[in-house]
Design a protein around this ligand. Structure first.
Ligand code: BGC
Length: 250
């Protein structure tokens, strides 16, 4: 089954067609950069542009960087505040004419990683998947089943929210060496360990590709591994959500 997966981000909106049986992209990845805090209308227009460019009709899945319940956004940490309380699924559906489901972006990426990425992730009781980019996103899985809309990037670590302290954006803004960033991120992971005691951390987002640069500086005690799907995970997971929401049960 082929579905369109969309990844809405703070600096770009991306999409591709995904074979939801294999988790592989079956089209090019179409990517449009956006200004920070672009209004919802602009993003929705870009999604329609992506759909047209890929010549796609059918269910659409989109990952949004905030809390999403039944297609409605309830937070907007790194995107325009006008998203809050808007029904994003309906906005996309009205613009594209295609049935649409919207879930949190980290949840989407986590679902894809658990299914198609790290091979034995399902064998761990509690898995915490983290995306580290502009923000820090989280998805928690208990025996393979996800708790949606966890927002652990906003947990206070010391005096700052985790994502203001140790996201990739914070690393760049504070011009941190890998060692200094690793020290901060260790504190974040130790805080999560102390409160939630996961059995495995999977690190995704842009930083998963740089794992070798910083892994030696991570001193937390829980097993910690890089994600496999890198920057396609969000798109793949969004397409999986569309497949799950709209395909006929066998
Ligand atoms: C948002 C999360 C999102 C994460 C990664 C955070 O600021 O609150 O919902 O998953 O960024 O994009």
């Amino acid at each position: 089954m082929i579905n369109l997966g969309i990844d809405i981000g703070g600096s770009a909106t991306k999409g591709a067609l995904v074979d939801t049986k294999t988790g592989l992209l079956v089209s090019e990845r179409v990517r449009f950069e956006t200004k920070p805090l672009e209004k919802p209308k602009v993003i929705i227009n870009l999604i329609e542009k992506i759909r047209k460019e890929l010549d796609y009709k059918g269910p659409i899945g989109a990952g949004y960087p905030g809390i999403v319940k039944s297609g409605i956004a309830f937070s907007a940490a790194n995107v325009h505040k006008d998203f809050i309380h808007s029904n994003i699924a309906e906005l996309i559906q009205n613009k594209t004419g295609q049935p649409t489901v919207v879930i949190n972006d980290a949840d989407a990426a986590g679902l894809a990683e658990m299914r198609f990425g790290v091979q034995d992730a399902k064998n761990y009781h509690v898995v915490m998947f983290l995306t580290v980019g502009t923000g820090i996103g989280s998805a928690i899985f208990v025996d393979g089943k996800m708790i949606p809309n966890t927002e652990l990037g906003h947990l206070l670590v010391g005096k700052k929210e985790a994502e203001h302290y140790a996201s990739d954006a914070a690393r760049r803004a504070d011009k941190l060496s890998w060692k200094s960033w690793g020290k901060r991120f260790t504190e974040v992971l130790q805080t999560y360990e102390f409160l939630l005691n996961p059995d495995l951390f999977i690190l995704g987002g842009g930083l998963s590709a740089r794992y070798d640069s910083y892994s030696k500086y991570l001193k937390n005690s829980t097993k910690t591994i890089p994600a496999k799907l890198e920057n396609t995970a969000g798109i793949v997971g969004a397409a999986m959500a569309a497949h799950e929401a709209f395909s006929e049960p066998n």
